[in-house]
Design a protein around this ligand. Structure first.
Ligand code: F6P
Length: 516
């Protein structure tokens, strides 16, 4: 990962820390053109090859980024080597320095070197052939799929399937991640073993939860009279040799490159359950939306670059205003799982304490990402957003086109509530009664999707991938490793083997839980 000139980076941060916070209302009165200046649009064709465009509009006007902040963040991006880092990302450079790897998730949707894009297209074509063969009955009747994976091998498929199969699922997919047997039992109860495909998704094909669940799923098929349980298993992995060793037939292994990180793998063969549920044509629309964001991110400079501008706001709130969390509320049932997805993407990527060169970071890194669905969340947690003592930047996401066929009043009320919350957070309200006063000046960013379809979902995901990357560059950290998850796994293994010397509290708990 390219690192910038340290002296210039420090100077840019010093400049930013020296800026006096301005009130949102003042930013609007000081600049009548603010809305246009702070609104970004990313578009893509309504259908493959169509000249008609659709897309998403992102309104950053209700953030505290004024001219001084924007100029200083642009200087920071330059000093931090943003342009070179971005070129390295798309050019197959070793951006994951601690693991000596490129990060080629962009190539999965056509944004990368020719060789990487060619390889990704070949793998996608292979996945497409298997998906279509299954739809045509090559593996017998397939009505259900239990997709087993965890973390990045589950969150993307779970989000996309939940979002895109409200009207129709070509195959009924159940994503199971937790080792808690209740999760798998629930999927078993909803599926017929004779017509159920088991998709085992694991980049490493060693993750204990996934391998244990996969073995139990295979046993469930066998126990329920399936003659050839192995014939109903598909593996999605960057370690095909491990899947062969585990007993999966090579013809049903869909590999993806090692250089695609788990939380960036939705567009690889990890997306097989999505394609099975929505069909290859729709899956390609997911890729097309993501590609539109990549193209924008790759070719747009400074504040005009929407994911970079979002990262400026993220850095402003975490580093200059001390915000420890950021909240995401999708006013759309189809995006109910988006906060879960973003939590892994942002917190596993940027929840770090050292820079690319191994030095301690000089400020807070990723905020805690959390959120929910509007309008439900308004009646549960918004009290704290409006009157609590925390300053929490909020992202609102809403589609202009409705997803439902009911009385249009439903969608109008949804939309008006979404916009009302952003307005209320910013405006606040004075009152003689302190309990009834709203301080206001609370920031939000609004994502207005023309529609919440496959392409828009792909665009939203790629937007957040690139936003996460841009944040990492501004902080000088590597977003592509995740060593922080290893220690707990190692200790769990020690407990399993009865090895290791534990603290008194853990020893007591182990004894009570029957583990010692
Ligand atoms: O433990 C964290 C992690 O490695 C994630 O980064 C990853 O998405 C998840 O586990 C699952 O890993 P795998 O796909 O190798 O099973």
């Amino acid at each position: 990962m390219a690192t910038g000139e340290q002296g210039q980076v420090a100077a840019a941060w010093a400049q930013l820390h020296g800026l006096e916070p301005q009130r949102l209302a003042g930013l609007f009165t000081g600049d009548p053109a603010r809305v246009a200046a702070m609104t970004r649009r990313i578009s893509w064709p309504v259908a493959p090859g169509s000249a008609e465009q659709t897309g998403m509009t992102i309104d950053f006007a209700k953030t505290h980024l004024g001219e001084a902040e924007l100029a200083a963040f642009e200087a920071l991006a330059d000093a931090a080597g943003f342009a070179a880092a971005r070129e390295a990302l798309f050019g197959g450079g070793i951006v994951n320095v601690t693991e000596g790897r490129a990060a080629t998730h962009g190539a999965l949707r056509g944004s990368g070197t020719d060789a990487q894009v060619e390889e990704a297209e070949a793998l996608l074509a292979r996945m497409g052939m298997l998906v279509e063969a299954i739809h045509q009955g090559a593996l017998g009747e397939v009505k259900h799929c239990i997709a087993i994976g965890i973390g990045g091998s589950a969150l993307g498929p779970a989000l996309a399937i939940d979002a895109l199969t409200r009207d129709l699922a070509l195959v009924d997919v159940h994503v199971v991640s937790n080792i808690d047997g209740l999760a798998l039992e629930q999927a078993f109860a909803a599926c017929d073993p004779q017509t159920t495909l088991i998709a085992v998704a694991s980049k490493t094909f060693t993750t204990i939860e996934t391998m244990t669940n996969a073995a139990s799923a295979l046993k469930w098929l066998a126990d329920n009279g399936v003659e050839d349980p192995g014939g109903q298993v598909v593996a999605l992995t960057a370690a095909p040799e491990k899947a062969v060793e585990w007993g999966v037939d090579e013809t049903r292994i869909l590999p993806f490159p090692e250089s695609v990180g788990g939380r960036y793998s939705l567009f690889s063969s990890i997306g097989f359950p999505i394609a099975l549920a929505i069909g290859m044509e729709e899956f390609r629309q997911l890729l097309a939306g993501a590609k539109a964001v990549d193209d924008h991110f790759r070719t747009t400079e400074g504040r005009a670059n929407a994911p970079l501008l979002a990262a400026f706001a993220d850095q402003y709130y975490t580093r200059l205003r001390g915000c420890q969390t950021r909240a995401v509320f999708a006013y759309d049932e189809r995006l109910a799982l988006l906060p879960d997805y973003l939590q892994q993407l942002e917190m596993e990527s940027n929840g770090k304490s050292v820079t690319v060169s191994g030095d301690p970071v000089d400020g807070p890194t990723a905020a805690v990402t959390w959120g929910g669905v509007g309008t439900d969340a308004q009646h549960a947690v918004f009290q704290l957003l409006h009157q609590g003592t925390h300053l929490i930047p909020v992202d609102f996401i809403v589609s202009i086109a409705p997803g439902d066929d009911l009385d249009p009043a439903h969608h109008r009320i949804l939309l008006m509530n979404c916009l009302a919350q952003g307005a209320a957070l910013m405006a606040g309200k004075a009152s003689d009664d302190p309990a009834r006063a709203y301080p206001g000046d609370r920031p939000s960013t609004t994502f207005l999707l023309d529609d919440c379809d496959a392409a828009a979902l792909g665009a939203l995901i790629a937007f957040h991938e690139q936003r996460t990357f841009a944040n990492a560059v501004l902080m000088g950290i590597n977003p592509f490793d995740q060593f922080g998850v290893e220690l707990g796994k190692a200790i769990a293994k020690q407990i399993e083997k009865g090895e290791g010397d534990f603290d008194p509290s853990t020893k007591a708990l182990m004894a009570m839980a029957g583990l010692a």
